[in-house]
Design a protein around this ligand. Structure first.
Ligand code: AP5
Ligand code: ZN
Length: 212
């Protein structure tokens, strides 16, 4: 089963994808996480991607499509989190899956109002060591500033600074939002009210996954 998680920055896609992967065994493929790892390790991809990410812009389609081609497993249950993000990426994914005789099962659209996005992104903290995601209000660590899982220091993501968030939202509206209609026409998109709490939202996600 191949699921696509689509939605604005900070909608909670990564949080739900992690739960689905921990509790139902899905492989969580996040282009954002893969890119941040590449930046951290200063790989050739990371060096090219960094400037776009720092500005809140999308990394060029060809780099992303190549990244997905390299990491997409041959089979099994997969969540694509943050990919595709442009119509060109969606078309490339279609081709890639067609070659393997597969297709997207469902696109889950995480719908949230702008105030919620700002609130979630401004309070997000991530572990500098293991990448675990926290929120100062909604999912605080046991000890302030310290990761529960590995003891690493919690930091704010560079692109969660206010000016970059504004740009990411603008880029989302221009380049990613058209995918909603693209997938509506295919009849495979399901809208979720992602303003709900984490567990309540997970129940909805689980329901959609169980229905096949
Ligand atoms: P990426 O990492 O994908 O960023 P994004 O889409 O902006 O998504 P986020 O990670 O910000 O949010 P999320 O929806 O996962 O929310 P989360 O669960 O963390 O991409 C970063 C950059 O990489 C892009 O700008 C681009 O440059 C590049 N990139 C990536 N993919 C690309 C692609 N395909 N093409 C081109 N470029 C690409 O939750 C947010 C916060 O809210 C957390 O603190 C969390 O604890 C909290 N929270 C979550 N759910 C809830 C809830 N239900 N209630 C209360 N709090 C909650
Ligand atoms: Zn950690």
């Amino acid at each position: 089963m191949i699921l696509v998680f689509l939605g604005p920055p900070g909608a909670g896609k990564g949080t739900q994808a992690k739960l689905l992967s921990q509790r139902m065994g899905f492989l969580h493929l996040s282009t954002g996480d893969l890119l941040r790892e590449a930046v951290k390790n200063q790989t050739p991809l990371g060096k090219k991607a960094k400037e776009y990410m720092d500005r809140g812009e999308l990394v060029p389609d060809e780099l992303i499509v190549q990244l997905i081609e390299e990491t997409m497993p041959k089979d099994g249950n997969v969540i694509l989190d943050g990919f595709p993000r442009t119509v060109n990426q969606a078309l490339a994914l279609e081709e890639m899956l067609k070659d393997k005789g597969e297709k997207i099962s469902k696109v889950l659209f995480f719908d949230v109002p702008d105030e919620v996005i700002i609130d979630r992104l401004s309070g997000r903290r991530v572990c500098s060591k293991c990448g675990a995601v926290y929120h100062v209000k909604y999912n605080p660590p046991k000890v302030e500033g310290v990761c529960d899982l590995c003891g690493g220091t919690l930091v704010q993501r560079d692109d969660d600074k206010e000016e970059v968030v504004k740009k990411r939202l603008e880029v989302y509206r221009k380049q990613t939002q058209p995918l909603i209609e693209f997938y509506q026409e295919k009849g495979i998109i399901y809208k979720l009210d992602a303003g709900k709490g984490v567990e309540e939202l997970f129940e909805e996600v689980k329901g959609l996954v169980r229905d096949g």
